[in-house]
Design a protein around this ligand. Sequence first.
Ligand code: 3PG
Ligand code: MG
Length: 400
Amino acid sequence: MRFLTLRDFDYRGRRVLVREDLNVPMKGSQVADETRLVAALPTLRKLQAAGARTIVCSHLGRPDGKRDERYSLRPVGARLAELLGSDVAFASDCVGPEAKAAVDRLSDGQVLLLENLRFHPEEEKNDSGFARELASLAERYVNDAFGSAHRAHASTEGVTHFLPSAAGLLMEAELEALSKLVDDPAHPYVCAIGGAKVADKIGVFTHLMDKVDAFCVGGGMGNTFLAARGVDVGKSLRDPDLEPAKKILALAEERRVAVHLPTDAIVAESLDDDAPFAEVVLVEPLENRMILDIGPATSGVYAEVIRKARTVVFNGPMGVYEKQAYQAGTREIGIALAEATHNGAVTVVGGGDAAAAAHELGFAGSVTHVSTGGGATLEFLEGKTLPGVAALEAAAASVS
Ligand code: 3PG
Ligand code: MG
């Protein structure tokens, strides 16, 4: 890799500023999903073991540059301490005298969490004075926040101009796993893609078009592609504009990439729990009904395609997996992913909803890698440069 990692970085006994992505879903003051906290532990443990004084910083939500207690990281720090099995001190500001005093109280091997970076508008503006202030707390900088790598903010980009900088273990693992999807992937290569809108993922389709052998499409975007092919989708959720889907289908045909679309579906008139649902073949008129999951014939085909693959990226659920009646399609994909992994394929779950589905339906542990990134993973799959990663590369280039 073109950036420094914890292996080639001297952080022992130093004050190290670590950017993590602790932007976790909250329910009141409780962490509702601790995946990102667990993912941060290896780097924090490594720094602790080396006697570093670890200063963790992160954003939580979008408080818009103002202090807002609903977005305080304090309860996140409490949960992090439990998971880490050691104290995590807390500073109620990420810069200024309070942060400085909390850093001064740290001894070797101790961990401090700073309050939400986004309480300061300068963070998202990538203000250089703010970045310098953050940097002044430490002697080294580690960026472990893959989930925020698509943001050019003071804590992900600006700070690298002021401190020797390296990637943390999570950042490294994410980039290593995701790189297998774009740099010389093993074939057959399949992208199972779902989620609400085609419009959100045009970049993923166009970038992966030259790399994959097949797309298996479900979710709301499956409906849009079906409509683009002239299939009746009734009242199903779909993009109002069919042009992007038509263009993607035309491009796929030109490049000889298979685009598998649903041939059967689970449909209902509403998402209400008591609304009757039915399995239909997608030739009969749907009228007032909507497609809420792919059907068994479709998931059978998708599973077969995935089982034979050597590389698979799963990017978005096949249906409304949050409801039991509509989770079978995504579950079948999960089973096929686990089998493919068992047979030696590289299988990656990427994008917020896909990861949530993998955890919810219990196949997160049976794939090669589940990305902690939402927007960052999507931008990576679109072939975009991630500013947080580019900054680490630039920092490495400037010292070598
Ligand atoms: C995410 O959850 O996608 C990251 O933490 C970034 O958050 P943001 O979209 O508010 O910048
Ligand atoms: Mg986001």
